[in-house]
Design a protein around this ligand. Structure first.
Ligand SMILES: NC(=O)c1ccc[n+]([C@@H]2O[C@H](COP(=O)([O-])OP(=O)(O)OC[C@H]3O[C@@H](n4cnc5c(N)ncnc54)[C@H](OP(=O)(O)O)[C@@H]3O)[C@@H](O)[C@H]2O)c1
Length: 258
């Protein structure tokens, strides 16, 4: 049997740097922790700097392989400053995980514009700003890298009552394919892929429903995904040989009916 082409496994990313948005909680915190355990350097970002710092401190006690930065992805300057800090500290980023995101239970008939706008600004525009800045950095250093968008099963079909949130995640799906085509046109060796989870137990549901109690009820209906399950999918995507680009991973809790 012939050898697989190119480097593969997490070995190809050892000592390389991953920039993760929304690393203060949930999926982002799990991905940051896992990539540190896999030998990567990690720049964790979110608005709550203290929480990102605590996540990274737990996973990287010496502090030499991680950096916590405060960043609001809605603010272009804040994103630019975060990437500039990453460059100063680790020389640049090789992997971007666009994870920062949120939902509000804001129907199309009665939702508040502020809540619609926040979902669009964070889930769509914030992801685009981070992607553009990460790409510029990757290209300036030879054009290798990997960008991973955390989409949602809500970007594959439309859950009742979640119109605007679902629209943002359909946009993430379109942006994944659009970026793939732009990268091919330029001949970059940068890969892009999306991971679309169903229910994951994080801070998402309490934020969505504005109630810890209702969130607990949602997560107790059946065994939902854990943030670590999504981190495992990130590692799978990154581990593929250079000639393999996983475009979409759709993952549901086994018992999720919708
Ligand atoms: N949980 C689920 O069932 C589920 C399912 C499918 C997809 N997802 C997606 O998974 C991603 C992560 O969500 P999660 O489930 O881990 O929820 P979470 O526990 O609520 O975490 C959300 C993260 O996003 C960050 N964030 C929110 N607004 C931000 C902003 N303006 N700038 C920077 N960071 C911001 C938060 O950090 P700060 O508040 O500190 O800024 C936090 O770290 C989201 O894109 C979500 O849509 C979740």
């Amino acid at each position: 049997m012939s050898e697989p082409q190119g480097r593969h496994g997490m070995q190809q990313w050892k000592g390389k740097t991953a920039f993760i948005t929304g690393a203060s909680n949930g999926i982002g915190a799990a991905v940051a922790t896992r990539l540190l355990a896999e030998g990567m350097r990690v720049v964790g970002s979110a608005r709550r700097h203290d929480r990102v710092a605590a996540v990274l401190q737990k996973a990287d006690a010496s502090g030499g392989n991680s950096l916590a930065v405060q960043c609001d992805v809605r603010d272009e300057q804040s994103v630019q400053e975060a990437f500039s800090l990453a460059k100063q500290t680790f020389g640049g980023v090789d992997v971007l995980v666009n994870n920062a995101g949120l939902g509000h239970a804001a129907t199309l008939a009665e939702g508040k514009v502020d809540e619609w706008r926040e979902m669009l600004d964070v889930n769509v525009l914030g992801l685009c700003i981070c992607t553009r800045d990460a790409l510029a950095d990757m290209r300036s250093r030879g054009g290798r890298g990997h960008i991973i968008h955390i989409g949602s099963m809500a970007g594959q079909r439309v859950p009742a009552g979640a119109g605007l949130y679902s629209a943002t995640k359909h946009a993430v799906r379109a942006l994944t394919e659009a970026l793939r085509m732009e990268l091919r046109e330029k001949g970059d060796s940068i890969r892009v892929g999306e991971i679309c989870p169903g229910f994951v137990e994080t801070g998402f549901a309490s934020n969505y429903m504005k109630s810890e109690e209702k969130a607990r009820e949602v997560y107790s209906r059946f065994k939902v995904l854990e943030a670590d399950d999504v981190a495992e999918a990130v590692v799978y995507m990154l581990s593929c040989p250079e000639h393999v680009q996983i475009h979409d991973i759709l993952m549901r809790p086994t018992e999720q009916p919708t």
